[in-house]
Design a protein around this ligand. Structure first.
Ligand code: NI
Ligand code: MN
Length: 218
């Protein structure tokens, strides 16, 4: 499975299905691709409706025919306004798309409408957790009892999400094999040194610092 970091919180997961999470690309100074370059996708997951997450999710779903997955309220609105295929769900729930499973989990953050969330994706025998925008919360320890995470995308930018210190604590709680820091250095307000985060994580997990456009094999 190939994982490509597209900048900010946007990621591309290519396995037996192609999945995009929080594809904020137009207007994203760190974006590695343009939304119109995305020609095929199966799922587009949206953690919340802030511009830097909802981003180009609807146009990408429209041009690829992918199913957009979000909280019920966002899914209903986008289905009506953007004429796309959307599946609404809520925290605690699981949706299956063939062999892919999407679990919607808690995030501690705000949004214009409805509650922000994170996603746990099970695909091709791998379990990937995208935390979305969140503060540290203790139930991350509980999630480590339910899932063995092969990879976690963890926001480290501070100000709007966890900073490096609380993000490293999140890694301690979640015990993923690999961690990719996200949601930093897109704008001056969220400037961070990802190497400092990697130092704080230490041997708890393998930290993969990806520049926008870079990939890793999982
Ligand atoms: Ni946000
Ligand atoms: Mn954000």
């Amino acid at each position: 499975m190939r994982i490509r970091y597209l900048g900010h919180s946007a990621v591309e997961i290519q396995g037996s299905k192609t999945v995009y999470i929080d594809p904020f690309l137009s207007g994203n100074p760190a974006a590695a691709v343009k939304p119109e370059d995305i020609r095929s996708a199966d799922l587009v997951l949206v953690t919340h409706d802030h511009e830097d997450h909802l981003g180009d999710a609807a146009p990408i779903a429209k041009q690829t025919g992918a199913t957009l997955v979000a909280t019920h309220e966002i899914a209903v609105r986008l289905e009506q306004e953007a004429g796309i295929k959307a599946e609404g769900m809520n925290m605690g729930g699981t949706l299956s798309f063939g062999k892919a499973k999407v679990h919607m989990v808690h995030a501690l953050h705000t949004a214009y409408s409805t509650h922000p969330v994170g996603f746990v994706l099970e695909l091709d025998g791998k379990t990937i957790y995208h935390l979305g925008d969140t503060a540290l919360f203790g139930d991350m320890r509980l999630y480590a009892e339910f899932w063995r995470f092969d990879l976690a995308f963890v926001p480290i930018g501070d100000r709007y999400t966890m900073g490096p210190v609380s993000a490293a604590k999140a890694v301690e709680f979640l015990r993923p094999k690999k961690v990719v820091p996200i949601h930093y250095n897109t704008f001056p307000l969220i400037e961070q040194d990802p190497k400092r985060f990697a130092e704080l994580v230490g041997r708890t997990a393998e930290t993969a610092i990806l520049a926008p456009g870079e990939s890793l094999e999982l």
